[in-house]
Design a protein. Sequence first.
Length: 334
Amino acid sequence: MKAIALISGGLDSILAARLIQEQGVDIIPLNFKIPFCHRDNHFAKKTEISSFVVKSLGKDLKTVDITNAFLKLLSKPKHGFGSNMNPCIDCKILMLTKAKELMGPWEAKFIVTGEVLGQRPMSQHKQALEAIEKESGLEGLLLRPLCARLLPQTIPEKEDWVKLEKLLDFNGRSRRPQMILAEKFKIIDYPNPAGGCLLTDREFSKRLKDLITHKAVSIGNIELLKMGRHFRISLDTKLIVGREERENKEIEGKAREGDYLFMPNDNLAGATALGRGSFNRELIKLSSQITCRYCDLNGAKSEDIIIKKVGCENPSSQLNVSPLEEGKLAVLRV
């Protein structure tokens, strides 16, 4: 018998999959890709999710990109947002709906998730868990092994596909039970449970709201939200300024045809900035002034900023500017 196990990259989903795998069920680990994971979180640094799954479950991870569907629900989620731009309930419904569509082709009998009753205030209380199961079309076929003994019995339990006594009753936000179980299964080097989704981050959510307001949501623009300082310099134009050398290089690498790059001259240390949108002379000067603010002027009142238009045959130009005043800078900051 086969079951699809949703794998988030965290410990809970791996433990849930392992619990069912230990009962002889053939687990199919599935991860859904959306563009809102931290660029430098513990999990990304320590190990790739696929190798972690192979090590913990002995199975290859299947990945399905649901970015386009997720961006559509993000504009107006039925169940609303959490404390920031996190549509947790609608996100889970979307993932489970997509997983349900794969049950037939993959010959899976039910779905497994790592949810724990009471662990997250928005999406893991009883009413939310019930809504998620019903609206995803998985009534009776959604098994949550870590807290199954606290929930109504599912078809896998009633039909004896899995043993109830081997399921658990985890409840609340304590991580101690999961850590003990991980030790039992010899699962090590697992990620910190916090900080996985950027949509729970206040600053990132503020930037995302700005994109939605200005109808500029795209994969490329979302990737830029993960780096640099952001400035809304007109209704149609944004400037992203790097914070250190690595970001300067990444921002330059994200530039596409029609974008502007603002850079310190060869004698100046400082930030690289990417301008995207509609530019005129005034906005080019303003962008140069903002870039100059994040350069080391060594006491000078003004400096030359290099200006390049990506994809333009004309060579780069330079503009001598003074750094933008702090008060004006703060007004433009997103």
